[in-house]
Design a protein around this ligand. Structure first.
Ligand code: NAG
Ligand code: NAG
Ligand code: NAG
Ligand code: NAG
Ligand code: CU
Length: 167
């Protein structure tokens, strides 16, 4: 029944839009490498291009402590992989949380011998939270799955409300 389907989508949009706007100011944790974590054999350039990072977000590095580490470095050191200078911060716990506090470009390498040259390195630019305010305020795709990052309870709530309105 088209009219009911239309109603569903309209309700979906009405409920979701304000919540998406709220969601956007909430900090997000990003696990570096997603399920692969921080290791050799993952393309971190590809990973770094998957997301838009905003001030307040957190990078989580997961790896076996002792096998890898995390250095936040200057762009020059990122390019040369020579950590004799240009190291800003070091992490080595295996479950490091790096808060992205500034709207700037962050550069990371692994300092285990050979790993940076092998590709355990990436840079991300972090945007001011206000500068992206409008970007996500778009209607969700037709028939859409939950937008990336929308919490599961939100999807549940939305489906629950469709149910009570449509059936
Ligand atoms: C990141 O931002 C760009 C430019 O605003 C946009 O085209 C792209 O879809 C965004 N990517 C994600 C994953 O949100
Ligand atoms: C790294 O840089 C330092 C200081 O510039 C230099 O002495 C050293 O030879 C460099 N190491 C490598 C492996 O290039
Ligand atoms: C981000 O916002 C702060 C404060 O609102 C401002 O001082 C800074 O210049 C902005 N940075 C960028 C890169 O837009
Ligand atoms: C970082 O790596 C370099 C080159 O492998 C090594 O000489 C240096 O000791 C390492 N730094 C630390 C703190 O382990
Ligand atoms: Cu490593």
């Amino acid at each position: 029944m088209p009219s009911i389907l239309f109603l569903r989508d309209a309700i979906f949009a009405l409920i979701l839009l304000p919540l998406m706007a709220v969601h956007h100011v909430v900090a997000t944790d990003y696990v570096v490498g997603d399920d692969d974590g921080w290791n050799t054999g993952t393309n971190y350039l590809t990973w770094s291009e998957k997301y838009n990072f905003t001030v307040g977000d957190v990078l989580v590095f997961r790896y076996l402590a002792g096998q890898h580490d995390v250095y936040q470095v200057t762009e020059e050191t990122y390019r040369s992989c020579n950590s004799s200078s240009g190291v800003l911060r070091r992490y080595a716990s295996g479950a490091d949380r790096v808060a992205l506090e500034e709207a700037t470009t962050y550069w990371f390498i692994c300092n285990t011998s050979g790993h940076c040259l092998g590709g355990m390195k990436f840079g991300i630019s972090v945007a001011n939270s206000s500068s992206q305010g409008g970007v996500e305020a778009q209607a969700p795709a037709q028939g859409g799955a939950a937008p990336r990052g929308a919490p599961a309870w939100l999807l549940g709530l939305t489906i629950g409300m469709w149910g009570s309105l449509c059936y």
